[in-house]
Design a protein around this ligand. Structure first.
Ligand SMILES: Cc1cc2nc3c(=O)[nH]c(=O)nc-3n(C[C@H](O)[C@H](O)[C@H](O)COP(=O)(O)OP(=O)(O)OC[C@H]3O[C@@H](n4cnc5c(N)ncnc54)[C@H](O)[C@@H]3O)c2cc1C
Length: 379
């Protein structure tokens, strides 16, 4: 049964219907094969771009869809329920265009935003380094000022869509300390930029995650986004929105696992009755349904605050924490509901469980979300 969504407009209903249609016809037939063979889904992002699904929340004046965040996130949830790796890449694309949109000059926006938002170009977000994940201020990749530009040297890690993206929103060091970090927009075909081989991950197999290496890569001054030294502020501001994307992805995964568990529990019989009619299992599934509803409610609360231009950073961290913990629990319980077959690759629940784990780790681990929430409660 499709999720019965409360949506603000007719247009939003149409967008959800369009997304479900694409999920059925484009994503569903190929997801299992690509996740097993770990191959990139050529053409899929172009199709999502053509349908307008790669830039839903950005303003129409720059080629975005002009949709409220609460609608964009529900679209993302629908994509994630079918293919988490694709949904994560869509969310990261949105994250990577945020700095230019929020901190770029008019001239920079005119030059790059329309291509980014038309869906013909895919973006990646490059903050992490081997020694700087949770502690982003420890990053070392250097951007040294020269006449008319910067020279980039150093290593970045864990880049979703690394080696495949058309542009990289890069955070690099221009000075000392947390105020010595700046944000740059680097083209994918930049001279002096190379990529490591894709990481061998537990899940999200179809979209590569790689390191990147800058070796005397020269970029022009106009690729600096915002002011020198403003990078960490820009990175964290983008992550507030990005975390909501991850919360929606996690909710989609949890919903997909719940749906599969409910279907199975209504078909499988033991001791002469459907397993859902054994109260011990029925209650487990009831808790799963409640956790999915709770996850959706928390990200929608944060999204609606964002849509009303109210502060939402705390709520974004709550949503990321609640939704991703729910996804981990619900996907694990779905494997339990299916019993032995749940532990095989004949059913998707084992994949959902592997995919749920990363949502608790990237864009700020859930320990870091707790830090943010606790700081907000400190008087
Ligand atoms: C598949 C994948 C995709 C990714 N995509 C991207 C991407 O596109 N762009 C990008 O920039 N990064 C990306 N990342 C990186 C990701 O954001 C980091 O892995 C994450 O932030 C954690 O950093 P770390 O791995 O260095 O762990 P660490 O920071 O070393 O943390 C290790 C453990 O210590 C805990 N910990 C650390 N500090 C504290 C503290 N102060 N209090 C309590 N606990 C703490 C953490 O919660 C964690 O459990 C990706 C990672 C993966 C695995």
């Amino acid at each position: 049964m499709p999720v019965d969504r409360l949506l603000p407009t007719e247009e939003a209903h149409d967008l959800i219907a369009l997304t479900r249609d694409i999920a059925d016809k484009v994503l569903d037939p190929i997801v299992d094969e690509h996740e097993k063979s770990e191959t990139y889904p050529e053409g899929v992002f172009a199709q999502l771009g053509e349908a307008g699904l790669l830039s839903l929340p950005q303003p129409e004046e720059w080629g975005g869809g002009g949709q409220p965040y609460e609608v964009y996130l529900q679209v993302l949830e629908e994509i994630a329920a079918r293919w988490a790796a694709v949904a994560v890449a869509v969310s990261v694309h949105s994250l990577s265009s945020h700095p230019l949109l929020a901190f770029g000059t008019e001239e920079q926006k005119q030059r790059w935003l329309p291509q980014m938002l038309s869906g013909t170009q895919i973006g990646a977000y490059s903050l992490s380094e081997p020694q700087a994940g949770s502690d982003a201020a420890a990053l070392r990749c250097a951007a040294t000022k020269t006449d008319g530009g910067y020279v980039l040297n150093g290593a970045k890690s864990w880049i979703t869509h690394g080696g495949r993206a058309d542009f990289y929103t890069l955070f690099a060091r221009t000075g000392e300390g947390s105020r010595g970090i700046s944000c740059f927009l680097v083209p994918g075909d930049q001279a002096g930029l190379s990529f490591g081989k894709p990481e061998e991950k537990m899940g999200l197999h179809a979209v590569p995650t790689t390191s990147a290496f800058y070796d005397n890569a020269r970029i022009d001054d106009d690729r600096l986004i915002g002011d020198e030294g403003q990078g960490l502020q820009i990175a964290f501001s983008a992550l507030d929105s990005g975390r909501l994307g991850i919360a929606a992805v996690a909710t989609g995964l949890a919903q997909a696992a719940l749906d599969e568990a409910v279907k199975y529990a209504n078909e499988r019989t033991t001791f002469g009755r459907k397993i859902i009619d054994h109260q011990g299992l029925g209650f487990l599934i009831a808790d799963m349904a409640a956790a999915v509803a709770g996850a959706r409610a928390t990200y929608l609360d944060a999204a609606r605050r964002r849509d009303l231009n109210q502060p939402y950073s705390q709520q974004a961290s709550v949503a990321k924490l609640v939704a991703t913990d729910a996804a981990m629990k619900v996907t694990t319980d779905a494997v339990q509901v299916l019993g032995g077959v749940g532990y095989t690759r004949d059913f998707r629940v084992e994949r959902y469980m592997r995919e749920a784990k990363i949502t608790q780790i990237f864009e700020g681990t859930n320990q870091i979300q707790r830090l943010v929430i606790a700081r907000g409660l400190t008087s």
